[in-house]
Design a protein around this ligand. Sequence first.
Ligand code: FES
Length: 156
Amino acid sequence: MKKNKQYPLTPMATTDFKSVQLQSSSSCGCNSGCCDTSGDTAGEQTGNSSKANEMHITIDGKKIVVSDSSKNIVEIAKEARIGIPAPCFLNKHKYGCCNACVIEVNNEQLYACVTKPTDGMDIIFNRDDLKALRKERLLKYRENKENGIFQKCGCP
Ligand code: FES
């Protein structure tokens, strides 16, 4: 299996996020609509290419058949009704980089917005340490956005 390039995860200032509650496990609370899966069609299959091009991945154990390898993990997860917070990707980096779409594949932390699927990929998304990291980064992203601070992106 081809190994994905790992992008450096920029450590951000520690934020006290005890008082901030996420709305649900699949909503980040940033109000940008980044992880809104309402209106999506349910299903585990994406795209409509032939079976020869299909790949099988899992996200937190949920099996997903991927037909379009050009999509990134954020897009594939959304089609499978899994909301990975990705505000900077959805805003086309207009407000800088969020680093919040962190996932883990083979013990490596990756950004879902720049990670393409590979057959057999086993993705961890909804784990406590990743959720805490994601929450911290979303708060920092929102704080930067409110203060007009543009965090440069390490994503390609
Ligand atoms: S969505 Fe912001 S870094 Fe991936």
